[in-house]
Design a protein around this ligand. Structure first.
Ligand code: A2P
Length: 272
């Protein structure tokens, strides 16, 4: 049983889940099926991943109220009416009546319509079509603007985060505003994080896989990681990150890796 965190509007979100980028419909269907079998209860997709149909096929076999389903919408829907249309299209592709969490995928500040998108999400939550609402890849300045202009803070902000990209100041900002931090690429994809001696040493001390140590660094600090895996054994490993604890010294040692690599995907707005 995966532990949950209560979001600011009251719903319970599993404290770890499955990411599905990049996976096509067939791969996503297979991975989600396996993940659900193994006890995953949070599945993360997006309009942009073009795999909601595959994810939806796998979801059909699970009781709807037992799975926390997240999606995200693209910049063309950054308006009140657009958010509604984006919700309807995602729900249709996924074959669900409601979403547990819907996120604005990127702030797209050059377009400067994310406040309108946010107003659309607030309306969707009021209508009960979406249980929780949030953002992805928003910086504190973007979040502050949502709060200033609507009085409503996102429940979740999903950002690229791992020990090599620790975002301590952003996490602190989230915490101050009751925003749960969700981590994409929580294993530091593209940075050799899992081979780093500091990670290896802590993994050996706990007789755990390096990936589990990195995911524990996140979960122990209240961050919700959504690692992607298409492999049954690694899927299983990635969920077994609540039955051991890192020491404060180990957490701090991992945090010193912050800034030692530049995540490759950070500027890639077509991906995550
Ligand atoms: P695979 O699908 O073969 O398991 P992220 O979610 O941080 O972007 O990382 C995803 C990548 O990390 C995928 O390539 C995935 O490959 C791999 N991966 C997932 N879980 C683990 C793990 N526990 N140990 C090592 N690699 C992993």
């Amino acid at each position: 049983q995966v532990p949950t965190v209560t979001l600011s509007h009251g719903s319970a979100m599993p404290r770890a889940g499955l990411g599905t980028s990049p996976m096509n419909d067939a791969d996503a269907e297979r991975a989600v099926r396996t993940a659900l079998e193994l006890g995953y209860r949070l599945i993360d997709t997006a309009e942009n991943y073009r795999n909601e149909v595959g994810v939806g096929r796998a979801l059909k076999d699970a009781p709807r109220d037992e799975v926390f389903v997240t999606s995200k919408f693209n910049k063309r829907w950054h308006s009140v009416e657009g958010a509604r249309q984006a919700f309807e299209a995602s729900a249709e592709r996924l074959g669900v009546e409601y979403l547990d969490l819907l996120l604005i995928h990127w702030p797209n500040p050059e377009q400067d319509r994310y406040v309108e998108a946010w107003q659309g999400l607030i309306a969707l939550r009021d209508a009960g079509l979406v249980r929780a609402i949030g953002t992805s890849n928003f910086k504190p300045a973007h979040l502050q603007r949502l709060i200033d202009e609507t009085g409503v803070a996102p429940e979740v902000n999903q950002v690229q985060l791992s020990p090599v990209w620790a975002k301590s100041a952003e996490r602190e900002f989230h915490q101050r505003h009751g925003i749960v931090t969700e981590a994409w690429s929580p294993l530091g994809k593209g940075t050799n994080l899992l081979d780093h001696p500091v990670v290896r040493e802590i993994a050996e001390a706990h007789e755990r896989a390096p990936g589990q140590v990195v995911l524990r660094w996140e979960t122990q600090q209240g961050v919700v990681p959504i690692p992607k895996s298409a492999n049954r054994e690694r899927l299983q490993q990635n969920l077994a990150v609540f039955d051991f604890d890192l020491t404060d010294a180990e957490l701090a040692a991992l945090t010193t890796l912050d800034g030692t690599a530049r995540p490759a995907a950070d500027s890639d707005r077509s991906g995550h």
